[in-house]
Write a protein that binds this ligand. Structure first.
Ligand code: ADP
Ligand code: MG
Length: 268
């Protein structure tokens, strides 16, 4: 079974899509099989993976509303190396349509059950709000990755997200946990960045990834070429940082799998 991770933060512009694309490509570089699911109607993860969002036969909209199977919507990418369930503005309609459908919060989870054992990791790129699409991601996921910029309002926004995660855990998805908080667009020359970063670690401890993603222009340029930064400039600081993040994520994941096995053996 692939590990399903929702990359979410209801704030826009914090690096969710950039992290999804580049973490996916970096996990592929470590020989993992990865599926990236785009559920943000902006379709930036789709475009940034080299797929034309204006020319989709099937998208995550069709999957969520039961108009196609997930297999029909999956596309492979040449340059990026991972598979994608793409999307576009059609998905905006899904929010309303889902309201009248059965199992409206668990449709993505149910769809993923058919393919999850083909992948090592499945990453879900969420829209910048805590809407029904995001709830579908949180119901399907085992862990949540929260990209954030270390700025003044960053911590304030986290409270609402944490409450949502707690709510989901108490209802439809008891196994949901915070996989990690990711500091993005990190610039240690800015005093506030260090201060917010310190507060974040004080509050969340080990849940904060050690890897930080620096502000790097290559990361911002790569999507306009439809490529992850690894395929665009593999020696850039951005590429190196996302490779390091993939390494950290894999190590953490393997450690938790080992711990779970020991727990099962000793019955604790
Ligand atoms: P979100 O998906 O959370 O809205 P994006 O990943 O789209 O955020 O990032 C917002 C903008 O910032 C994009 O233009 C992106 O290219 C740019 N960006 C993201 N991460 C970095 C980074 N580490 N360095 C420089 N630019 C970045
Ligand atoms: Mg985005």
């Amino acid at each position: 079974m692939g590990k399903i991770l929702a990359v979410t933060n209801q704030k826009g512009g914090v690096g969710k899509t950039t992290s999804c694309i580049n973490l996916s490509a970096s996990l592929v570089a470590t020989k993992r099989k990865v599926l990236l699911i785009d559920i943000d109607p902006q379709g930036n993860a789709t475009t940034g993976s080299g797929i034309n969002k204006h020319d989709l036969e099937y998208s995550s909209y069709h999957v969520l509303t039961g108009r196609c199977t997930i297999d029909q919507a999956i596309q492979s990418t040449e340059e990026a190396g991972y598979d994608v369930v793409p999307t576009n503005a059609d998905l905006t309609a899904a929010e309303v349509e889902l309201m009248s459908l059965e199992a409206k919060e668990t449709r993505l989870r149910n769809a993923l059950a058919a393919v999850s054992d083909r992948y090592d990791f499945i990453l879900i790129d969420c829209p910048p709000s805590l809407n029904m699409l995001t709830l579908n991601a949180l119901a399907a996921a085992e862990g949540v990755i929260i990209p954030m910029q270390c700025e003044y309002y960053a911590l304030e926004g986290l409270t609402a997200l944490m409450e949502t995660i707690t709510g989901i855990r108490q209802t439809i998805n008891p196994k949901l946990h915070i996989e990690g908080l990711l500091r993005t667009m990190y610039d240690p020359r800015i005093g506030l960045t260090n201060e917010v970063s310190r507060q974040l670690i004080g509050h969340f401890g080990d849940q904060v990834y050690r890897t930080v993603i620096p502000r790097n222009v290559r990361l911002a340029e790569a999507p306009s070429h439809g490529k992850p930064v690894l395929a665009y400039d593999r020696t850039s600081r951005g590429a190196v940082a996302y490779l390091a993040l993939a390494g950290e994520l894999v190590r953490r994941h393997e450690k938790s799998v080992r711990e779970l096995k020991t727990e099962r053996k000793t019955g604790t």
